[in-house]
Ligand binder design. Structure first.
Ligand SMILES: *Cc1c(COP(=O)(O)O)cnc(C)c1O
Length: 404
């Protein structure tokens, strides 16, 4: 009775936490001949593009654009703020914090990792103890992952700012918003974030390839105090270019810029507050369904407290190897691709066959989320994985309240 996906019909849904679903309008904007990179439309569209990038991050400060992925943004942020021998403090709530810490080691810094496991947000008491112990202020930056995409934990960035201020610690607050930007509320200036890194392929709905580093005056002062900054990663010419090619340290990512222009038009038309509200409602529908499934059987949301859950991604578990079996079933039978359980493996589950994730960032709406949940319900049923009933009704009830 299986549906033959070797000759699929209908639209597939890639519900992984990045790259996210690309709007047709973005794809169409990119499908065009190569533009002139010396003058004309592409050159002229940059000031408004930069202004709109600041709108999404809620900042009046500066932004540098890099051709690269999220890892490039990590490296760029570090290249402008730390120098060999410096220390950085990394509160870790999943795989991505460890990744950024490793990158810091790569540029010669020492990363002091505070590991809070895979199911809890930052413990501010432990962060405070580490900062207090740093009487000589050798810690130059706190690398703060807002949403760790592996665990789907949402961390409290304003609380980190408050703590640094309370202790009078001068470390830069650097936030990784690669998963969260354009999904979970983030306000760079109001929250007192000094540096923020993000990429284009998650909440910004553009194919992977462009990354951004936002920075304020405090961060710029730190850059100016460094003995040297690698020419390619230096954010100064990119943020304040004399010539068009300075924005990108070379040839522009021409087609990505057209895609990004269209994505930002969509974001501005909806409004960032409305986008946060949409992701909140859709995430609550997902959580309601998961709570119903979890009432009987092994399915669990990774993060117990809704206050610490992201609205961009949801990490879940089943008894291994059922997580993998479920992913394979919904992909093969329904055209629905779920995310793998990244960095969640536990002893006895080395390949993370018990974990999986839903990506719900960017270009998502109610019918897609109901399709996702209906597909998972079908998978649980087909694989005879015990689960509580009423999941779709619970999600529908959340969406039925949807009108503002
Ligand atoms: C996706 C992601 C990254 C890595 O981005 P790449 O584009 O894969 O380099 C880093 N941090 C977070 C929080 C992410 O979600």
């Amino acid at each position: 009775m299986s549906i033959n996906m070797t000759a699929p019909s209908g639209r597939a849904y890639l519900a992984i936490p990045g790259p996210s679903v690309i709007p047709d309008a973005v794809l169409q904007a990119m499908h065009r001949a190569a533009p002139n990179i010396y003058d004309g439309e592409l050159v002229e569209m940059m000031p408004a593009l930069v202004a709109d990038l600041k709108y999404v991050a809620r900042t009046d400060h500066q932004v540098a654009i890099y051709i690269g992925n999220g890892h490039a943004a990590w490296e760029a942020a570090l290249a402008n703020t730390v120098t060999p021998g410096d220390r950085v403090l990394v509160p870790a709530t999943g795989r991505f914090a460890h990744g950024w810490a490793d990158m810091a080691e790569g540029v010669g810094a020492t990363a002091e990792i505070l590991d809070f496991g895979k199911q809890s947000p930052w413990d501010m008491e432990r962060v405070a103890a580490a900062l207090r112990a740093d009487t000589g202020h050798r810690i130059k930056a706190v690398l703060a992952v807002h949403v760790d995409t592996s665990t789907s934990i949402l961390n409290d960035v304003p609380a980190m700012r408050a703590l640094l201020d309370e202790l009078g610690h001068p470390a830069l607050l650097m936030a990784d918003c690669i998963a969260s930007l354009g999904c979970d509320r983030f306000e760079m200036d109001r929250w007192g974030v000094d540096v923020m890194v993000t990429g284009c392929q998650k909440g910004l709905m553009v194919p992977p390839g462009v990354a951004f580093v936002y920075f304020n005056d405090r961060a710029e002062a730190v850059r100016q105090s460094l003995p040297r900054v690698s020419r390619y990663w230096d954010w100064a010419p990119r943020a304040k270019p004399d010539l068009f090619f300075h924005y990108f340290g070379g040839t522009a990512p021409t087609h990505h810029l057209y895609g990004l222009r269209t994505a930002l038009d969509m974001i501005k038309a909806e409004g960032i507050e409305a986008i946060w509200a949409r992701h909140d409602r859709l995430a609550r529908a997902i959580w309601a369904a998961c709570d119903s499934w979890a009432a009987e059987g092994p399915l669990r949301l990774n993060v117990a407290d809704p206050a610490h859950r992201s609205r961009a991604v949801t990490s879940l578990s089943l008894d291994p190897p059922q997580g993998t079996a479920l992913r394979e079933w919904v992909e093969g039978h329904l055209g629905l691709t779920l995310g793998i359980g990244l960095g969640m493996a536990e002893p006895g589950d080395y390949a993370s066959h018990g974990h999986f994730r839903f990506g719900h960032m960017g270009h998502v709406n109610g019918q897609m989320i109901m399709g996702l949940l209906g597909g998972v319900e079908a998978g649980l049923t087909a694989l005879e994985i015990p689960h509580g009933h009423g999941a779709l009704e619970a999600a529908a009830a959340v969406l039925a309240d949807m009108h503002p």
